[in-house]
Design a protein around this ligand. Structure first.
Ligand code: CP
Length: 314
């Protein structure tokens, strides 16, 4: 595996899920594997889970992890090739990524979308500039359009909690929010769920359709209560409009999941990638109940990252 930026195949997905579960059972199984290797974790945006879980994953493999909060500690990067750098940017990505590529064996990058430059975001411009100039394997810590390490952790979590010997019903439900939120988590969750063969229903208010290149094969249901009927896993996430790019069209509080919403899904487990705005996106009564898998998902971020790094340094 040379890069980890998106879902590739069901076969590789299953291999990573199984390896992640093996590491969960025995985190130091491959403590020798990464000896002498170094990963650089470059954050252009804030993080709690991704930052710490990737560091722990690297340590579990015997690797050294160095974190650079580029947004606060690094030089302002120029991303555009051929730019005349007479404005605010100080260092070109070509130079910075080249240097980082010579310092590390693996580079991991978080780069959120602009939510204003749709075509640039859709091309995953920033992470692809790192890939172009670093010359070493790159792992996405969340890009403009995908969050694959989160989705791998989510797939590990669903496999762990899939009790019955039947295909579970998975529902991705939009939740209200006061800020314009990227599509990456929702896109990736759809991409991985469908890729791994899950039966996925997506529900959201009209005007919130996701990019169909991620959702092809899913059932779209605008009626949230109908969508939730018989659900086994309910993934709660806000995203801003994709059509009217980056805009907020609804903050309708009736979309926030409560126990009442799950009256026809008595066994449903509820997932969210965190951070979550309590009682705006998701109610206390759900988050603090036995239905909630949010802490399991967060812990599984370690083993998802460990499985990916283990394959990358193989
Ligand atoms: N879920 C997730 O990516 O969390 P952080 O933004 O805190 O890393």
């Amino acid at each position: 595996m040379k890069q980890f930026t998106q879902f590739e195949s069901r076969e590789l997905g299953q291999e990573l899920i199984d390896l992640g579960l093996e590491y969960k059972f025995n985190p130091r199984l491959d403590i020798q594997k990464g000896q002498g290797k170094r990963i650089g974790c470059i954050f252009l945006n804030p993080s709690l889970r991704t930052r710490v879980s990737t560091q722990i994953a690297a340590q579990n493999l015997g690797m050294e992890a160095i974190v650079l909060n580029m947004d606060k500690e690094g030089w302002a990067l120029e991303m555009q090739d051929g730019a005349i750098m007479n404005k605010g940017t100080v260092e070109h990505i070509k130079d910075a990524a080249g240097v980082l590529g010579s310092f590390f064996d693996v580079l991991a990058v978080r780069a959120f979308p602009t939510l204003t430059q749709k075509q640039e975001d859709l091309s995953d411009f920033v992470i692809n500039q790192f890939i172009k100039y670093a010359g070493i394997p790159v792992v996405s810590l969340e890009s403009a359009i995908r969050h694959p390490l989160q989705s791998l952790a989510d797939m590990i979590t669903m496999q762990e909690y899939q009790k019955e010997n039947r295909k579970p019903k998975v529902v991705l439900t939009w939740a209200p929010h006061i800020k314009a939120i990227p599509h990456a988590v929702a896109n990736s969750f759809a991409e991985w769920s469908l890729g791994m063969g899950y039966d996925l229903t997506i529900t959201h208010p009209e005007g919130y359709d996701l990019d169909e290149s991620f959702t092809k094969g899913a059932t779209l249901e605008y009626d949230q209560s109908k969508a939730l009927e018989g659900a086994d896993f309910v993934y709660v996430k806000n995203w801003s409009s994709f059509q009217d790019y980056g805009k907020i069209h609804s903050t309708d509080p009736s979309w926030m999941l409560t126990q009442k919403h799950l009256v026809n899904a008595p066994n449903a487990k509820v997932m969210h990638c965190l951070p979550v705005r309590r009682n705006l996106e998701l109610s206390d009564e759900i988050l603090d109940s036995d239905r909630s898998l949010v802490q399991v998902q967060a812990k599984n971020r370690i083993f998802a990252a460990q499985a990916v790094l283990s394959k990358i340094i193989e």
